[in-house]
Design a protein. Sequence first.
Length: 244
Amino acid sequence: MTQPAIQLTDIVRDYQLGKTTVHAARGVSLEFQRGEFTALAGASGSGKTTLLNIIGCIDKPDAGRVRVDGQDVTDTPLHRLAGLRNRYFGFVFQTFNLVAVLDAYENVELPLVLGGVPARQRRERVEALLESVGLANHRHHRPQELSGGQRQRVAIARALVTEPLAVLADEPTANLDSKTGADILELMAALNASRGVTFIFSTHDHHIINRAARVIWLSDGTVREVPPAERAAAPSFRAAGVNS
């Protein structure tokens, strides 16, 4: 049997919100295979981002085990997690998180510079990805000179440039208009198909949910798979908490 790209076993994660204890994960166990196009869905506050952060080694569980590419990373010291994230994961955020003083080329190149990749290899990867996301002619534009959709394309190229095991996208269409969001979703689906990169979304955008090959529903710290037949019943699925 193929080894999962990412494996969560009996994950527990609680956090305090004022005087209230939020149970974001109550014994969650999940596996993600290479090449998946998966959405973590649920109402606001259901724990989508918390679970995505645990998958991406940004946050640590209170209990349970996290394995990435077969390696148990649960007890990896905090000072080593940045290198591990740079090796295994690319991240796409709803607020883009680009460096304002760097142009598009430099923003995409940055993870490779931090990873010590040689200059020639950096140039080849960055130029190829800017071409792939349709920004070859905007390589020297800074973020403030780009539209929201173009900024997200830069962020996607940056997420892919390290050739990661998985790209983790947290509400990647939330700050985009519907047409631009649809274009970005098509781009990510095309890159998933052509490059075989695992995409895991945290979202309540029903366009992403309907396009995803696999949907995992989060509610009250628990998860369940949503079968295609249930997703096809769009009104009842949206009524369960997915925004339209």
